[in-house]
Write a protein that binds this ligand. Sequence first.
Ligand code: GLA
Length: 399
Amino acid sequence: MTGPTAPAAPPAAPAGDVAARATAGFRQRYGAEPAGRWAAPGRVNLIGEHTDYNDGFVLPFALPMRTVVAAAPRDEPRWTVWSELDDEPVEFGPAEADEPGRVPGWAAYVAGVVWALRAAGQPVPGARLAVASDVPVGSGLSSSAAIESAVLAALVDLGDLDLPAERWPRLAQRAENGYVGAPTGIMDQSAVIRGRAGHALFLDCRTEQVDQIPFDLDAAGLAVLVVDSRAPHRHADGEYASRRRSCEEAARILGVPALRDIDPAGLDAALAKLPDDETRRRVRHVVTEDQRVLDTVALLRANRVREIGPLLTASHASMRDDFEITVPEIDTAVEAALAAGAHGARMTGGGFGGCVLALVDASAADAVAAAVTAAYAERGFAAPATRTVRPAGGASRLA
Ligand code: GLA
């Protein structure tokens, strides 16, 4: 029996699909109906890694897994957020929202969006929010961009803010850079907000020009297999920031605004001006990776989908040998997938863990997944999670 002074047990987390869980969580926590529900997906990056903050090119696509925010406005400028990750809701007001870092943990992504909107002079409405998600956290599939973007979509609608969707990626990125403190580029938020079903998003990170590239896997008899390496993220934040610093320093030495401005034809001459081998390898990765994105886009436009495989694999080798951001679990997954017949395979995302994607014949997806799982068992690694994915749509309000 529970004594009279014992705290009430939190209600069991709602079950059901992700939208139903967000709605049920809202009702449970706030005893009211939400005014609406907004969803934003996770993403994988087909190719173009660590090129976004070098003003270069990326080719991500949005995933079917989504984060859903059920929300309703309130009269005062305060924000209460419940997430199924946590029993207790987090509440904050303008003072906490206006001071980056004051709201810690997962709720920082929500406070960061409020902060970025307020800093942009937008009259952000107070709100109650409930968050549910199918995007795995810490797997490099951009669960952070998904929550930022779903919250942003909710607040823009609830407040009827004058903010066209083209501006959302920069704002969501600002939340992550300026409030959460992660110096990431514009790729994740762009994919999550601007992704389109059946397409990969070709993004020029300097101009933010977007081109939707048809990526119809079914028509080509292909599948993208995503392997969550389950490798613990070792020093990922510090290593990411140090890669970014090296690139910016190299651009400064080379006298260009960003590494995107190094023409591949002039790469050797540029490398010769750099002071050490490590910096040379970092620059070589970025410059060759930009070119691989352009080559991949050209092949997809020509409907030669299968032929992008070697570019994916070359991207992986470059991340492993030149940018040095892979780990043994990731390399094992790539090697096992290729040995089992994948057309190409590479790590996707920031590195030091996270996911590998492999382009496979649809009929071979299960066999490739099984081969990767067997290779993990042989090496004594924790079993990976595998799934096939198709490009899905970006952030939206749900009916
Ligand atoms: C993370 C960052 C992105 C990008 C990738 C690497 O996902 O959030 O901005 O830099 O790493 O391509």
